[in-house]
Design a protein around this ligand. Structure first.
Ligand code: ADP
Length: 477
């Protein structure tokens, strides 16, 4: 890299693992920067300094600077902190907006993330880092693109700075009261480009004002241009289809590595995958499942209808009657939590439902389970099935979104495929697919299927290269 100007990129996100994660967004914004750094990018990331960040992880941050941020008549102070970490991490703090329990779901989320978005831009000259590309992620960061194109359009320092907006999940759109548009102090005609259904939409703002947009798998990129998956924004997306790409997410192969993972009971690799059995035995003891010689189905998931729980709940008892055990870790909508608990009550010792968010237990379930069930209604990319593949927990998935781009039906004729796939969003289709998977488990094919799963390579290296090409393309515009 000597002599060549490094590409400068800033990742802006409401989640960056391990500091903050509620799902795949956190994983992606924590692991993509590491892969970009390995490929020579000057990559940095910025996150709000939430009260809920584990204090141990940020005990060594240093204070850099502070300034006032104004959103029309609202004025709040932003304090910027820095941590060296694997890549430079910035944290933006404001007591009023971020010193609260829970990171989303507050009455003033629009104002909180507009503040964050503007503070990010105000921070850049102060920390002497003017990126070539600002990489935005989901609705929380959509306003950055508007501030850059409107409020700061005459600022020479940002003259060459481009924006990429990644849609991780179109369902969450950040739609707020239209009166909040005053925060942007932009001319009235700009409102039309932010308006969706009479509301001010941060998702639409990001789509409209960013130089380029991408989603997290090729299949989802096509799907969101249709009414079935567009969450009513399909026309907004289609109007920018010429600037839309699909880049599959990866996972951090160091962090998710059954050979070295400290969270699991027994390390193993694809040659010693039979040692998974020890993980299964110990997990059963820990969570209180019968130690029977039956396959274990695992799920680690937000408990929402997106993840396919409507058909799963309909199918669950018939699946259990095929002589399997089930371990589910997740939190989410109460009707799903209650129905799962009821299933557990009806099947003592054969079903365990653990309600909560628990990173270590998640790893144990990936390592212990024989199958990973993910019957999603829609799935932008999905990381859980990619993690499951890595741990040799064979995925049973619906053919949708990123699941379609990562899991292929096992074919016993040519021994190809790494999982089991069904198409219709229907309990019977799921039951049929589980039956097929169990047939394979009990056949001589099993070792081959697990090996195919564990050999699936969805690390970040290839996708990080695609992002670098996108960043470079933007710089030429
Ligand atoms: P989404 O982002 O839609 O929730 P993904 O499959 O992309 O789904 O990513 C989910 C990530 O969050 C995975 O790393 C998964 O292991 C993790 N996860 C989900 N629920 C839990 C939980 N209850 N405890 C620990 N990790 C969880």
């Amino acid at each position: 890299m000597e002599g060549i100007k490094k590409l400068k990129v800033l990742i802006v996100s409401s989640e960056v693992a391990p500091f903050m994660k509620t799902g795949g967004l956190g994983d992606v914004c924590g692991s993509l920067p590491k892969a970009l750094k390995r490929q020579g990018v000057d990559i940095r990331a910025v996150l709000p300094k939430y009260k809920d960040i584990n204090a141990e992880l940020i005990k060594d941050i240093s204070f850099l600077t502070s300034f006032d941020v104004s959103l029309s008549w609202r004025r709040q102070k932003a304090d910027v902190y820095y941590k060296k970490y694997d890549f430079p991490m910035y944290f933006i703090d404001n007591d009023y907006y971020f010193n609260r329990d829970g990171i989303y779901g507050h009455y003033d989320d629009g104002e909180r993330f507009a503040f964050f978005s503007k503070a990010v831009l105000d921070m850049l000259p102060a920390v002497d880092f003017i990126p070539d590309v600002i990489h935005l992620n989901d609705w929380q960061t959509g306003p950055v693109s508007l501030f850059l194109k409107e409020t700061y359009k005459d600022f020479l320092i940002f003259k060459n700075t481009k924006t990429l907006f990644t849609i991780h999940n179109l369902q969450f759109q950040g739609n707020f009261g239209a009166d909040m548009f005053d925060m942007f102090e932009a001319p009235e005609e700009v409102y039309k480009r932010t308006e969706f259904d009479g509301k001010l939409s941060f998702m639409k703002t990001g789509i409209e004002f960013s130089d380029l947009i991408n989603t997290v798998s090729k299949t989802y990129m096509y799907e969101i241009q249709t009414p079935a998956f567009g969450c009513r924004m399909e026309n907004v997306i289609r109007s920018r289809s010429g600037s839309l790409k699909g880049v599959l997410n990866g996972i951090d192969f160091e962090e998710y590595n059954p050979e070295t993972d400290k969270a699991i009971y027994q390390n193993y690799n694809s040659s010693s995958f039979y040692l998974k059995h020890e993980n299964k035995k110990r997990l059963r003891q820990e969570i209180g499942l019968n130690d029977w010689e039956v396959p274990l189905l695992g799920m680690v998931s937000r408990l929402t209808s997106q993840k396919g729980f409507d058909i799963f709940l309909e199918a669950a008892q018939r699946i259990l009657d095929m002589n399997v055990e089930l371990a589910v870790l997740g939190t989410g909508e109460s009707y799903i939590e209650n129905a799962l608990k009821e299933l557990e009550g009806r099947n003592p010792g054969r079903v365990k439902i653990i309600l909560g968010f628990n990173e270590a237990l998640a790893h144990k379930i990936y390592a212990a389970s024989d199958f990973f069930v993910m019957p999603s209604y829609f799935e932008p990319c999905g990381l859980s099935q990619i993690i499951a593949l890595r741990y040799g927990s064979v995925p049973i998935v619906r053919k949708v979104g990123g699941l379609n781009d990562t899991v292929w039906q096992y074919n016993s004729y040519n021994r190809s495929g790494n999982g089991f796939v069904f198409e219709n969003y229907d309990a019977n289709a799921l039951i049929w697919s589980v039956g097929e998977a169990l047939g394979a488990y009990r056949s001589g094919e099993w070792e081959n299927i697990v090996k195919n799963a564990m050999a699936s390579n969805f690390s970040w290296e290839a996708s990080a290269k695609e992002y670098i090409d996108i960043y470079k393309g933007l710089m030429k515009e």
